[in-house]
Design a protein. Structure first.
Ligand code: NAP
Length: 517
């Protein structure tokens, strides 16, 4: 590929969700315009574009679940719905002049590091290109997971995943099975329950569900936030600070979370009067071990006469009949899988081949690990946004994304200082040391000790997704790239001719840019 004419960019960003768009904004603000954002679909938004299921909303308050550099005084609710979040991301794209960088229908099919050229050779659905640096912002919630259920192919009715909602299929009057009790399922259940004839919830593990303090944001508040930006900042600061104070209970003193369980049980008691149903819905693990869910509508929906909870997983399908692990049989017309995503087995990892000729999936066969959540060993100039151990249990992922973007910006600065034809490769010893520290700290967290299985843990039972600290700490440890943790790779002088891509000129970004969604 080095011999042929190809597009070359300084940076290729993969994905145009919060991570990819955030990277694009920060690159431009740093004066880097020679970059593209490769997107497999035909619009931006990532998981907030794909998830359109009824009731889809964010369970993190919008004033915190948004970019610090793109505040939005117009958020309609404390917890805004998917259409508003998607529209916010479209506005970020326009406001920050990102359109010229977007390459839609450009799914990355494979990527290989060239040890000779010190660049990434990328094959995409819209053609090949090379890039000095790749920012992988594919996100952990991008590839839906449907469990391999024996006989599923014999089911004659409709089957779809929560992230691939079929809006042409009308659930009205149908017998529907909802599989799963995660954050997606608990939003779907109350949204579809009034319309369906019968709803059967397959609950392998009951969730801890707390009240959701949702309300409309009043016109007066919006006016104040628009006219006096300090009020908006104060609101965000308060939302952030309250969550930071909770972190030590998750990471160091899980027993303190017992008090919250009382709230959860009470929340259920108020809506579910049937003691048998309450017993089915009561979790037997520490709250916080799995992601805590927020809903005022979930328990009331489960108490409705057209809803049945099967307290077991879906084991098998025989024609129209769904067989639970408890042996129960339920006839349905449609099956909705709320069974989550490929979080710990990141699909892009199979497509990326590093400096040692192995794929990232092979490198990570014993579990994902990257220096400061960003750099895997043997994958030079390849940075992940929402990489290993950057997930949160109780706060906004946008804070973690922005910390990783700080790291990206410093990485680009370091490359500039080092000069042309340079790449950085994380030292395996530094990656291992970082991972050892994380895993040591993980030992006492609620995710590891709370007595549950969750998507925080990989197939080996190792927590490769969560960050065992505060967002402030993560921000601090990702403020700067420590060059001692990297090997500096240098390329010989001559380089083949390349055809530069058109980049948008100038940064033109104002820190206080307002984005109305
Ligand atoms: P999820 O949290 O991974 O939940 C998957 C569910 O499927 C679990 O309840 C799991 O049971 C169940 N399951 C898997 N196989 C099953 C089987 N054979 N039979 C019955 N149940 C089965 O997926 P999700 O709800 O889509 O959430 C994914 C991610 O998106 C999470 O990070 C979530 O927090 C995030 N999300 C966030 C929001 C938000 O408001 N910010 C909204 C939606 C989703 P077990 O518990 O027994 O494994």
């Amino acid at each position: 590929m080095g011999e042929r004419k190809h597009k070359h960019v300084r940076v290729a960003v993969i994905g145009s969700g919060f991570g990819g768009l955030g990277a694009a904004v920060r690159l431009r603000r740093q004066g880097i315009t020679d970059f593209v954002v490769l997107e497999r679909a035909d619009s931006v938004g990532g998981t907030w574009r794909d998830n359109t299921y009824p009731g889809c909303a964010c369970d993190v308050p919008s004033h915190l679940y948004s970019f610090s550099f793109a505040p939005n005084a117009e958020w309609p609710r404390n917890f805004s719905g998917q259409p508003h979040i998607r529209s916010y991301l479209e506005h970020v794209t326009d406001t920050f002049g990102l359109r010229p960088h977007l390459r839609f229908q450009s799914e990355v099919q494979s990527m290989r590091w060239s040890n000779e050229e010190l660049w990434w050779e990328i094959e995409t659905a819209s053609g090949p290109l090379t890039a000095d640096v790749v920012v992988s912002a594919t996100g952990p919630l991008s590839d839906p997971k449907i469990p391999a259920i024996p006989g599923l192919d014999t089911f004659p009715g409709k089957v779809f995943h929560s992230a691939q909602w079929d809006h042409d299929y009308d659930l009205t009057g149908k017998r529907v099975a909802m599989i799963g009790t995660g954050a997606s399922a608990i939003q779907i259940v109350p949204a579809i329950q009034p319309d369906v004839e019968q709803l059967t919830l397959f609950q392998r593990t009951p969730a801890w569900v707390l009240p959701r303090a949702d309300r409309k944001i009043s016109a007066a508040e919006k006016w104040l936030h628009a006219k006096v930006p300090a009020t908006r900042a104060a609101r965000r600061g308060l939302l952030w600070g309250l969550r930071e104070l909770q972190v030590s209970a998750f990471t160091k003193r899980p027993n303190e979370l017992g008090m919250i369980e009382f709230l959860g049980r009470n929340h259920m008691k108020r809506a579910v009067k049937d003691p048998q149903l309450r017993a089915k819905l009561t979790p037997d693990y520490r709250i916080g071990c799995k992601r805590i869910l927020l809903s005022n509508a979930y328990y009331p929906a489960l108490a409705e006469p057209n809803v049945d909870v099967v307290a077991s997983g879906l084991k098998e399908v025989r024609g129209n009949t769904l067989i639970g692990s408890d042996g129960s049989e339920t006839e349905v017309d449609a099956v909705v899988f709320g069974t989550g995503f490929h979080v710990t087995d990141m699909p892009i990892a199979h497509r990326v081949t590093g400096a040692h000729g192995m794929t990232l999936a092979e490198e990570w066969k014993d579990g994902m690990e990257s220096l400061r959540g960003a750099s895997a060993a043997h994958f030079p100039n390849f940075l992940t946004i929402i990489g290993p151990n950057t997930g949160l249990g109780n706060s906004s992922m946008i804070l973690m994304i922005e910390a990783q973007l700080n790291y990206l910006c410093d990485y680009m600065r370091q490359l500039d200082v080092l000069g042309d034809r340079i790449a950085l490769s994380a030292r395996p010893a530094a990656v291992q040391e970082w991972t050892r520290t994380i895993q040591r700290r993980m030992q006492r967290t609620v995710w590891n000790t709370g007595g549950c299985d969750s998507w925080y843990l990989d197939a080996n039972g190792r927590n490769t997704t969560a960050w065992p600290g505060t967002t402030a700490e993560f921000k601090k440890v990702t403020r700067q790239v420590d060059l001692a943790e990297y090997e500096v790779l240098r390329r010989p002088a001559a380089a083949p001719s390349t055809e530069p891509t058109a980049g948008a000129a100038g940064t033109g970004i104002d820190d206080s840019t307002e984005v109305a969604a």
